[in-house]
Design a protein around this ligand. Structure first.
Ligand SMILES: [Zn+2]
Ligand SMILES: [Zn+2]
Length: 141
């Protein structure tokens, strides 16, 4: 498969049970087949961390404005959209096979975004826990 961003050849890389196609030594982008991204987007996921340090060629020029074709579906142009409601990371998504292309650094950004979400959830739970335990504490006092 060819890199949709810089036309370099993608190399399959296996992390845990997952195999993804990576533009190693090229632009550093990663291709995820349908649902594969869900397996490594959690910052607590150790295996996904291996994908955060892909060797890239600094001289490689990536045109972020160009419309990208799916590396799997001939002639299907991918759609750009935000990964989550937080609207911080934009990804390329193939309407045909459901695959997702991430540019270098985007996986890290998504994992960071999810880490923030998890932290917020934990903070909310901790706050709620304190709130709920208050009447109990008062009745004991
Ligand atoms: Zn590339
Ligand atoms: Zn496709």
């Amino acid at each position: 498969m060819k890199c949709p961003a810089c036309d370099f050849s993608l190399v399959p890389i296996t992390v845990g049970k997952l195999t993804v196609d990576v533009c190693q030594g090229g632009c550093g982008g990663i291709w995820f087949d349908n649902f594969e991204l869900k397996k490594v987007d959690d910052p607590a996921d150790f295996e996904g961390a291996a994908l955060l340090h892909i060797p890239i060629d600094e001289r490689r020029v990536v045109d972020y404005e160009r419309r990208r074709k799916c590396p799997k579906c001939p002639d299907l142009v991918m759609m750009r959209h935000f990964f989550s409601e937080r609207r911080e990371v934009e990804v390329d998504h193939c309407p045909g096979c459901g695959g997702i292309w991430l540019d270098a650094g985007e996986l890290a950004a998504i994992r960071k975004e999810n880490a923030t979400e998890a932290a917020k959830e934990n903070a909310a739970k901790a706050y709620l826990g304190r709130f709920l335990s208050q009447p109990f504490a008062r009745s004991r006092a």
